[in-house]
Design a binder for this molecule. Structure first.
Ligand SMILES: [Zn+2]
Length: 180
């Protein structure tokens, strides 16, 4: 079971294991807005698993700059393969070292782009020049991320999250979450 974590402004922020949400609750960092029916029991506590929780304070992404992570790279690139331009679900995306690691490329914002699996395979352990492929745009370290999008399949979204996330406008079975 997963918990939908909201920003103080009620926009989706992240999806975390329910255990993380319970820990945050005991630390007083979140308030629980929705619960699952399932009861969690341990020798010391008995409670229902949190379905939706709201952070009481914003998390410090603004001061520290944007953390390097897979999802943030996908977000920077708008969930589009930076070679063929196709927009994909998160599980259909990989990240690509522009200069391959075998040629000294590092795992940093400036050398990582979102890539679909077919393009990733085609490029293999080559630079874009060597592979005859062109990047849509040069990767940069973002100062901040725009409203980001997290794609989930509809069946992954529990009914308890209804009203807290918005269906994707481009149809399909994807659900679009604006994360703040
Ligand atoms: Zn591609």
């Amino acid at each position: 079971m997963k918990t939908l974590l909201l920003t103080p402004w009620m926009t989706p922020h992240n999806i975390v294991p329910w255990q993380t949400a319970v820990t945050l609750m005991f630390l007083g960092k979140v308030e629980i807005l929705e619960e699952y029916d399932e009861q969690i029991s341990s020798p010391s506590v008995s409670l229902r698993a949190p379905a939706v929780a709201r952070l009481k304070k914003p998390v410090g992404a603004v001061k520290r700059g944007v953390k390097f992570s897979r999802i943030n790279v996908f977000t920077r690139d708008g969930f589009r393969c930076q070679y063929c331009g196709a927009r994909r679900l998160m599980r259909e995306l990989n990240y690509d070292h522009v200069t391959p690691r075998t040629q000294g490329g590092r795992t940093v914002w400036e050398n990582i782009v979102t890539c679909c699996y077919p393009c990733n395979e085609r490029k293999s352990c080559r630079t874009p020049e060597q592979a005859g492929m062109k990047l849509l745009r040069a990767p940069i370290r973002p100062k901040s991320l725009p409203i980001s999008h997290l794609y989930l399949e509809a069946h992954q979204v529990p009914p308890e999250w209804n009203g807290y996330c918005t269906p994707a406008s481009d149809g399909g079975d994807a659900v679009l979450l604006a994360t703040g």
